[in-house]
Design a protein around this ligand. Structure first.
Ligand code: PMT
Length: 401
């Protein structure tokens, strides 16, 4: 068997479901593909498969308790979380999924999940009614929004002898997803990606500004996904409440369109790809008052606005061989308006999202986009989490390279 996972550190989480018997085979496949695997099993998981079997297959003692039985030695979930290049939880019961969503760290597996810096894949397994329950579906949606990759269960006969959706995906398919993850992980290695995200704020006086509703979620998802694929990322963020932790992301906080332009031009000089998802204010007050404008002084006021620089168009003029991708947020005539922006700003691709779509746009966890390329071809995608949309955008960019 080809050593596709040589040198990779994988934490395999096993929870208490009948599909745990398949985890032994998955473990064997991962080991045969060259991975180093540390099994972490919940107390209920041990009722379905013995730690002795898993230790023999992985060549490592299985971790289950916070403290080793004989020596009292503490098992460090933090060390495990840092060691892992990928965490795969298969099978994942409804209970473990619920604990992951809520951060209930009452066993080694969930504690390791909360400490993991790596990507996490979850292969749920449960009875059809449990899977279909709104609570489970809500939890799955939350995990996806948290960036967890869900390996959807299949349909067929279940342990209850009922037939329906809830069977854990087959070990061969989980192995394929693991291999695909590591292949993708290096796809942008050596590349410098610049991402703009969030709104810009244009000051009126020391307490007021012109801004918009952008949360930065879309841009941060793109930055995280590019970093996960091995890129060095410069994330130029307007005022947002989000955090980033990936070591390959250098975050530069800005406030106004002019500050964003300045940082974008700096970073653009040595970048390979720039993705402009920020909602940049098109206008700024002609002057910013030095002190708070007093309500008593006038019955009304007219604010004089001046046009802000167009960051995308400015970079478009200096593009050279770089790949430049913009966004278009539209309320009507989406495709025509976006296609015009693509040409006017000299972009290689534009990501169209519509404010008419309740699953798209500002501050949502999902987005629904159509990608239009400079050769006038387009591709429409269904609504997905912003992290998945980021993956679709980067997949298409990689085809342009
Ligand atoms: O941040 P979220 O809450 O997750 O929301 C995501 C989003 C809706 C902000 C995002 O998906 C999006 O659509 N971003 C672009 C919004 C926008 O300003 O679109 P636009 O059609 O006005 O601008 C077109 C392109 O030119 C964009 O790439 C924009 O970054 C860029 N632009 C616009 C004006 C300007 N002065 N300079 C620019 O660079």
């Amino acid at each position: 068997m080809e050593q596709t996972l040589k040198g990779k550190h994988i934490v395999l989480g096993i929870t208490g479901g009948i599909a745990a018997y398949k985890s032994a085979y998955l473990l064997r496949l991962l080991i045969k593909a060259g991975a180093e695997v540390q099994v972490v099993i919940t107390p209920n998981g041990k009722e379905f498969i013995t730690p002795a079997t898993l230790a023999a297959l992985s060549g490592k003692p299985v971790v289950s308790e916070f403290f080793a039985a004989n020596t009292g030695e503490w098992h460090s979930h933090v060390d495990l979380g840092l060691w892992s290049d990928l965490m795969v939880i298969a099978p994942a019961t409804a209970s473990t999924i619920g604990k992951m969503v809520s951060g209930v760290a009452d066993n080694m597996l969930v504690t390791t999940y909360l400490s993991a810096k790596s990507h996490v894949m979850v292969a749920p397994a449960m009875d059809l009614d449990m899977w279909a329950h709104p609570s489970t579906q809500r939890n799955i949606a939350t995990l996806m929004a948290d960036g967890v990759e869900i390996i959807q269960p299949g349909s067929g006969e279940l342990a209850s002898h009922l037939t329906g959706k809830g069977r854990m995906e087959e070990p061969e398919e989980i192995l394929r997803r693991v291999e695909a993850f590591f292949k993708k992980k290096e796809s942008l290695s050596g590349k410098h990606v610049v991402v703009t995200a969030g709104p810009t704020y244009e000051n009126i006086d020391p307490v007021r500004f012109i801004g918009n509703y952008s949360s930065g979620k879309m841009g941060f998802a793109i930055a995280e996904e590019a970093a996960a694929r091995g890129a060095r990322v410069t994330l130029i963020a307007g005022p947002v409440a989000l955090q980033t932790s990936h070591p390959a992301i250098e975050r530069i906080d800005v406030r106004s369109a002019r500050e964003m332009l300045h940082q974008a031009e700096n970073a653009f000089a040595d970048c390979d790809i720039a993705i402009l998802s920020a909602a940049v204010a098109d206008y700024a007050p002609a002057e910013c008052a030095d002190s708070k404008i007093k309500r008593e002084k006038t019955d009304g006021m007219t604010l004089q606005l001046v046009k802000n620089p167009d960051i995308a168009a400015t970079l478009g003029k200096e593009k050279g061989s770089r790949i430049l991708v913009g966004f278009a947020l539209e309320t009507d005539h989406e495709m025509e308006n976006a296609a015009r922006k693509l040409i006017n700003k000299n972009l290689d691709m534009i990501v169209v999202n519509s404010l008419q779509n309740p699953l798209a746009g500002f501050n949502k966890d999902t987005n629904q986009v159509t990608l239009i390329k400079a050769d006038n071809t387009s591709k429409a995608f269904p609504a997905k989490t912003k992290r998945e949309v980021a993956a679709d955008i980067l997949d298409e960019i990689e085809k342009l390279k």
